[in-house]
Design a protein around this ligand. Structure first.
Ligand SMILES: [Zn+2]
Length: 388
């Protein structure tokens, strides 16, 4: 990045040249005063005394606004070099220049907001972005930064308060973020078992993002807590429609609800369809339990062998070893198989269950917001030989 700094004098010199050009027709003495400030500023820049250089160049800006672009370039270079205090100083100065055209004023406020955000000064960053909510050029970007701040500070209520502005933008990503803010509030209400409030919040979430499987996942929890298993089953079926990759994580919960309704057969019919459509190893293992119960072990083994040939997975193989153990009559064979099963279990423990579809972050625990890229609902079960 150091090389970027080499461009700084060029950018400023360009601004100075252009300004000088436009001043040709103007008063000679003011031009001279300005030239002195600029050349002194540039001298300081070349001799690596940035703070003194900034003071002189900012002074010059007060007199003439032709060099605004050069000042933005200078501040951006400071920020990229990690010299936030210097970037802040230039942007703050630009914001104070009331004579600047509207667009340059908004740009200055926006850049200053980004400086405050980088410095972790959230209150001040918020203040800047809030001023730009109605701006054509910076409205959407400012909303995105505000949502980012409220996510960091877990200020879900304030994020939800931006609903009107977000809906107006029709921006899919922002609406998806907003839906997750509703889900966060619903999680709090769910812990207090506030049935009506949870449902209201989640309905709001689904209006913002009909694809939010998290909203349906939470809705299933509250229905389950109130023994409304039919509704819970519907939520799980909706999740399958919304996100087939996330679905393996709800299979056990869905099975439980169908069991409570006394409709296990309907469940296994559904899960067989899931297996055939997605090849998921969780769906396969769940379906095998059904064959074991309704037919016998050898029928289940037959099904498993075919499935493993079609699509081999370590989890499927582990289940196959387990079935072999049940069938084996010799104690020594059972012991050997047990060693293999333990080994596979240890191996699978080393593997992460989830990966973020946005940034590739791996984790054994599920998070609704990726700890690395902070995207919502992107951590899903890993696919392939070592996963689903
Ligand atoms: Zn991520």
């Amino acid at each position: 990045m150091t090389w970027l700094f080499l461009l700084l004098p060029v950018a400023v010199a360009y601004g100075w040249f252009m300004r000088g050009y436009s001043l040709k027709q103007k008063d000679h003495s003011s031009q001279q005063a300005l030239s002195i400030k600029y050349s002194t500023g540039l001298n300081y820049l070349f001799s690596n005394q940035q703070d003194k250089a900034i003071d002189y160049l900012l002074e010059a800006l007060k007199l003439e606004d032709d060099s605004v672009e050069a000042h933005f370039a200078m501040a951006n270079l400071f920020r990229r070099r990690g010299e936030l205090d210097r970037a802040l100083k230039v942007h703050e100065h630009l914001v104070q220049q009331k004579h600047l055209p509207n667009n340059a004023q908004q740009q200055a406020i926006f850049e200053l907001g980004k400086d405050f955000l980088s410095a972790g000064l959230y209150d001040r960053a918020e203040n800047m972005f809030e001023q730009l909510l109605k701006s054509k050029e910076y409205g959407l970007k400012s909303l995105a930064f505000l949502m980012q701040i409220f996510q960091s500070t877990k200020d879900w209520e304030r994020g939800v308060a931006l609903k009107k502005s977000i809906v107006k933008t029709k921006d899919k990503k922002l609406m998806h973020n907003l839906a997750n803010f509703y889900c966060e509030l619903a999680t709090v209400a769910l812990a207090k078992d506030e049935f009506i409030e949870v449902l209201e919040l989640l309905e709001n979430a689904l209006v913002q993002d009909p694809n939010s499987c998290r909203a349906n996942w939470l809705m299933a929890q509250i229905y389950e807590n109130h023994q409304q298993y039919e509704e819970a089953c519907q939520c799980y079926q909706d999740i399958y429609v919304q996100d087939k990759e996330f679905f393996p994580d709800v299979i056990d919960k869905m099975h439980h609800c169908y069991k409570e309704l006394g409709e296990e057969e309907a469940f296994f019919k559904f899960i067989r369809k899931v297996y055939e459509e997605t090849g998921s190893s969780s769906a396969l293992i769940s379906y095998l339990n059904f064959i074991e119960e309704t037919n016998n072990l050898s029928k289940a083994k037959e099904f498993m062998l075919l499935a493993l040939k079609r699509r081999p997975t370590i989890r499927g193989f582990k289940h196959f070893v387990k079935m072999q153990m049940i069938e084996s009559e010799q104690e020594s064979t059972t012991e050997n198989l047990d060693v293999i099963k333990q080994l596979i279990s240890e191996y699978l423990k080393l593997k992460h269950r989830y990966s973020c579809r946005t940034c590739g972050f791996n984790s054994s625990t599920h998070y609704w917001s990726c700890p690395s890229c902070h995207d919502w609902e992107q951590l899903k079960p890993v696919r392939g030989l070592e996963g689903e």
